[in-house]
Design a protein around this ligand. Structure first.
Ligand SMILES: [Zn+2]
Length: 399
């Protein structure tokens, strides 16, 4: 369908060589033994040792100079409005700023900050379709913003979900931010959404701003959304016993957000680890929000969970890449042939302790980003937001 067509990227062959450390994004094998990636026309076509892969005819060659390459980070929970502007904290250029924090893909949990947001069924459907279209057409900085996430209201009927899906809408905004706050209604509508291929998430925990309400474990489990949105609260988290009930009571994605309760995020992480369910952990910022807009929010979550949650850094990176890609059915997030060529290239920050980037992240520091690449195209070089990296990659040839 026309509205699914990705932005044209043009033909090209990208080679990234001299990779010092390659993070795959996959929990089962988080570090790959390779020093070269080749991407053709925006997709990964080869991964291996330089002598074993075909690097002939490259249109762009990046020398990683021994730095670390990972899949571009995915923010599973954002609230975009229109273009690269948010009225929530009156910021322009926030998405481009996130790119400088390594985020190459964002998923809307509802365009809830749209001034004058319509709440009638025709209006909310129109707004969702508009958001889906406009963010597919305009990618700020190259960032892929999956938007068009309607917030469900009680007056909706099954046909509304069929119509939304047919128009290209693939997501629901957080259940609970609109009029539907009870388990049975939420479950019915989430079921309709799923029937037509629309993914769902829910606002877990106490009210975020005046006018929103409490969504407790019973509503979360009954609604049965694909993702348990901000299980650590946005901002106010549920008590630990309720978080444990949710972890144990379903197999859905467990989303930890920057703008939530950090202690509850660590509690959820430990619970998921005890259950052998780390594959369910995904990360978001839940921004823009009252807490602000955090360009380094995903990196900060990786560092938080790795350092205080005692998770190896290479595993924490999977929470923001491969886990999210798999749960959200995205074509990025993993260093794998056929996947989108979306990368973040980084190194240990200057003067950070630890013998390498992984140790420095496990000690609670952020890495320094040297380059981002989306669909095989270099989008940014040395980040304006992260601490400076010790080593930076370099474009050695571009045709
Ligand atoms: Zn929320």
């Amino acid at each position: 369908m026309a509205h699914d067509a990705p932005q044209a990227t043009g033909p090209g062959k990208l080679v990234i060589r001299n990779i010092g450390l390659l993070l795959s994004g996959a929990l089962e094998r988080p570090i790959l033994d390779a020093d070269t990636i080749v991407a053709e026309n925006g997709r990964i076509s080869a991964i291996g040792r330089r002598k074993d892969v075909d690097t002939e005819g490259a249109t762009t060659v990046v020398d990683a100079h021994g730095t670390t390459v990972a899949p571009g980070l995915i923010d599973s929970h954002v609230h975009p409005v229109a273009g690269d502007w948010t009225p929530r904290q009156n910021q322009i250029g926030w998405i481009d700023s996130f790119l400088h924090g390594g985020v190459t893909t964002m998923i809307s949990a509802g365009e809830v900050h749209m001034p004058g947001r319509p709440r009638d069924v025709v209006g909310l459907k129109a707004m969702a379709i508009f958001a889906q279209r406009s963010f597919w057409t305009l990618r700020p900085g190259g960032v892929k913003v999956h938007a068009g996430a309607p917030v469900i209201e009680c007056e909706m009927v099954e046909d509304d979900f069929r119509e939304l899906a047919a128009a290209g809408v693939k997501l629901l905004g957080e259940v609970g931010l609109g009029g539907v706050k009870d388990g049975p209604t939420a479950r019915k509508m989430v079921g309709w959404a799923r029937k037509y291929g629309i993914q769902s998430t829910i606002h877990t925990g106490g009210p975020s701003i005046p006018g929103s309400g409490l969504i407790d474990k019973d509503v979360v489990l009954e609604a049965d959304t694909d993702v348990v949105g901000h299980i650590n609260g946005g901002h106010t988290a549920l008590p630990d016993d309720q978080i444990r009930c949710i972890c144990e009571g379903c197999k859905r994605g467990l989303e930890l957000v920057h703008n939530g309760n950090e202690r509850s995020a660590l509690f959820t992480l430990r619970t998921a680890r005890e259950m052998g369910d780390l594959n369910r952990i995904i990360l978001g910022t839940d921004s823009p929000a009252g807490s602000g807009v955090q360009p380094l929010g995903i990196l900060r979550m990786i560092s938080l969970l790795s350092s205080l949650g005692e998770v190896p850094a290479e595993i924490a990176f999977c929470f923001a890449t491969g886990n999210t890609a798999r749960l959200r059915a995205l074509d990025c997030g993993l260093i794998e042939v056929g996947r989108a060529a979306d990368f973040v290239i980084m190194d240990q920050a200057q003067h950070s302790p630890g013998r390498n980037i992984l140790e420095s992240v496990q000690l609670g520091d952020l890495p320094g980003i040297g380059m981002t690449i989306i669909d095989g195209i270099v989008r940014t070089q040395r980040s304006r937001n992260t601490p400076p990296a010790g080593k930076v990659p370099e474009i050695v040839s571009a045709h």
